[in-house]
Write a protein that binds this ligand. Structure first.
Ligand SMILES: Cc1cc2nc3c(=O)[nH]c(=O)nc-3n(C[C@H](O)[C@H](O)[C@H](O)COP(=O)(O)OP(=O)(O)OC[C@H]3O[C@@H](n4cnc5c(N)ncnc54)[C@H](O)[C@@H]3O)c2cc1C
Length: 162
């Protein structure tokens, strides 16, 4: 496994997971059928240490992931440009792992419900209605994380430690 060069800027696993938990979107990087990296923004939910995404049942992402399930997913937690010091106070997380499309309807329903609870808390009835209506038209992708790293600008690290 590749080590972070500036390890003192690394977040621990719990901090990285908590960023995945609270953030709403990130960029999925996959390798498409033509050998190009395809980086596509998505919304996610973290459930029991796995990431779940929903979307159409066809498209560039589906083709790419079906051809090569190895992916990574990057979330930017903070990006505050500090012009005076020619830098940015950043914090981000990258998860590497394998993606699979859920085929089991119960698994799909649970993941879609978790997405609904995260993005529209309180709209439980509407969420269930939508799941019932669109369950066959929606795909759900599960990303099992094999490697998770988080990194933040030195300034943020120092500020948190003081
Ligand atoms: C913050 C954010 C959250 C999103 N959340 C979701 C989500 O949860 N689920 C979901 O399905 N979609 C989401 N989208 C839209 C998503 O980025 C894709 O547009 C969508 O999933 C279709 O992807 P595809 O590969 O099937 O598209 P296709 O239409 O098959 O892609 C064909 C081509 O269109 C272009 N393209 C596709 N998407 C984009 C894009 N976003 N920006 C620029 N060019 C693009 C690419 O060149 C691609 O090769 C989100 C977008 C943003 C910005």
């Amino acid at each position: 496994m590749r080590k972070m060069r500036r390890a003192f800027q690394q977040l621990d696993t719990d901090e990285s997971l908590s960023i995945l938990e609270k953030s709403t979107s990130g960029t999925l990087a996959c390798l498409d059928n033509d050998g190009f990296p395809y980086a596509v923004p998505l919304s996610h939910v973290l459930v029991d240490g796995k990431l779940y995404f929903h979307g159409a049942t066809i498209g560039h992402r589906i083709d790419a992931v079906n051809a090569n399930p190895k992916v990574s997913y990057c979330v930017i937690d903070q990006d505050e440009v500090i012009a005076e010091t020619l830098t940015t106070h950043y914090r981000s997380v990258i998860a590497f792992g394998r993606a699979r499309m859920l085929s089991d309807v119960t698994e799909k329903r649970i993941a879609l419900f978790k997405l609904g609870q995260k993005f529209a808390p309180g709209l439980t009835d509407k969420t269930i209605e939508e799941i019932d209506r669109f369950i066959d038209a929606v795909s759900v992708m599960e990303l099992t994380i094999e490697r998770l790293t988080g990194k933040e600008a030195l300034e943020l690290k120092k500020a948190r430690q003081s």
